[in-house]
Structure formats: C-alpha cells, structure tokens
Design a protein around this ligand. Structure first.
Ligand SMILES: [Zn+2]
Length: 211
C-alpha cells in the first residue's frame, strides 16, 4: 500500500491494484496548501481509478482542478452530493461511506462523509470529521492506518482516542510551518510527545509513504 499526499488534506491511496484520490485536489485557503500544478498534471496523466471527496470546502475539493474530470467524465467522482448509498466495490477493495459531522461550528446544509477503505489493509480517511463524535462508540472500524486532520493530534483527548484506534496515523491539514498563525504545528508536536506505540507520519506535499 502506498499513500502520497497531493493536497492540504488529500492523498492518492494505492491499495491492491486500485488507486483512489481522496480530497486530493485542493485550492489554497489561507495558510493551507493547494495541490501544486505539477501534481495536478501528473494525476491527469495517470488517472486514479476513483476520486472521492468528503465535503465541498475548497481546501479539500478544487472545482477548477476537477473541471477536466467532470467535462470529459474521466472517472467516477464520489461524494458528497453524489453519495453512494452503501459500500462501493472497486476491484479488490471496498469503499464504505461514513456519514459524519464536520469539525467546528455547524454550517447549515454542509454534508460530510468520511471513507473507510477495505482491502488487504483497512484505511479510514476522515476528511474534516470532528473527532469528538466517535468517542464512546463501539461500532467503529479498526484501521491499519488512520488518515486525519490536525484535530486528531492537537489536544490530549483527541490524541488519546487516536492512539486507542490505530497504530499508524498519517496527519494532514497542517499549513506551512512558516505560515502557521494558529500554531498548529506547535500544538501537535507538544501533544504527541507522548505517543506510546502509535506511529505518527506527517508527509509533505508530494511525499509518498509505503506501508
Ligand atoms: Zn472543511
């Protein structure tokens, strides 16, 4: 399995011969990083099998970069307005939508889904789902890898939950260190000093991680 960060909070996941782009085309929003042109071009030349988006915020979904996919109907695009009602099978893997609540204040009408991807490994891609909604629930997947935003590692309660769920975490949605007005990097580094046996990976844009 390989995960390449392609955007602020997005990755290209390759698992069991299937490639899925998850929130992987993004615009710049304040300090949050956009998909570089070079990576957007590479994706168009090596099309992922499926594109999936957790919600319609431009730091997760760039309408401009999606245009060629939509115009030419290049690949299936899932969520949130084209929510699959149940799991979708693509080759050897299953993509399971998990309806969820977005982080922070409530935005009327905003749909949000996270995705659980099951194949020879299980990955849970959170998007911007709020961590607090999962606490105390017994019915959750146990992913080999959790891919989630900074909010899963910048407070002790969220980080403790993350460590109880998974042994490998890919943390996204961090801005440039040099342009970090909310000191998210500082909060994450402070909180995760004590990480037990959960590995924390923070890829830069373009970086690939093999599991
Ligand atoms: Zn969002």
């Amino acid at each position: 399995m390989e995960i390449q960060r392609t955007a602020n909070a997005g990755v290209l996941l390759k698992l069991d011969g299937v490639s899925i782009l998850l929130d992987g085309l993004a615009d710049r929003v304040e300090g949050y990083l956009p998909t570089p042109d070079r990576l957007a071009d590479e994706l168009l030349q090596n099309l992922p099998d499926v594109l999936a988006f957790t919600h319609n915020h431009p730091d997760h979904r760039s309408e401009a970069l999606l245009l060629p996919y939509r115009k030419q109907n290049l690949r299936p695009i899932y969520g949130p307005e084209s929510l699959p009602l149940s799991a979708v099978q693509v080759g050897e893997i299953r993509i399971i939508p998990v309806e969820s609540r977005h982080l922070g204040r409530v935005e009327p009408g905003l749909q949000h889904i996270s995705f659980v991807i099951e194949g020879s490994k299980c990955v849970w891609f959170m998007g911007d789902a709020a961590p607090a909604q999962w606490r105390g629930r017994e019915d959750l997947p146990k992913p080999d890898v959790l891919i989630a935003p900074y909010a899963y590692a910048n407070t002790k309660s969220a980080w403790d939950w993350t460590c109880s769920l998974t042994k490998q975490m890919v943390l996204l949605h961090l801005p440039d260190r040099e342009n970090d007005p909310y000191n998210l990097w500082g909060a994450v580094e402070h909180t995760t000093q004590n990480r037990g046996d959960t590995a924390l990976l923070i890829p830069s844009i373009g970086e690939k991680i093999t599991f």
